[in-house]
Design a protein around this ligand. Structure first.
Ligand code: FES
Length: 110
């Protein structure tokens, strides 16, 4: 890989930008994410996280197992807006939440 090699395809972040972030003190994937936007694309770091972790590992001379994967945020998969605001019957997200929500009359419901 040379400095112009794209590491994060979604955000078009190259190796030089990752290495600059590491030299600036970024020692985790989330640090690099904050400095470069690497991992903030549509795939949410599914494509680039292992490569970035490997670059961090080699740059800091740490075992790969010590470099934590990026912190995942909801939604964990692409979700249509209609699933979040649509009618209750077609929304799997709403049904998941409504199943876990306490109902009036439940003993634990306050
Ligand atoms: S390749 Fe990095 S966020 Fe998709």
């Amino acid at each position: 890989m040379d400095d112009s090699t794209i590491v994060c395809k979604c955000e078009e972040i190259n190796l030089a930008e990752i290495e600059t972030a590491i030299k600036s003190g970024a020692h985790t994937f989330d640090d690099i994410k904050r400095l470069t936007r690497c991992g903030m694309g549509p795939c949410q770091a599914k494509v680039c996280s292992n490569l970035v972790r490997q670059i961090i590992s080699e740059s800091l001379d740490k075992p790969l197992s010590d470099i934590r994967p990026p912190r995942m945020r909801m939604p964990l998969k692409p979700t249509r807006i209609s699933a979040l605001v649509g009618d209750e019957e077609s929304s799997s997200v709403i049904s998941v939440f409504s199943e876990s929500a306490p109902k009036e009359g439940d003993e634990d419901h306050v």
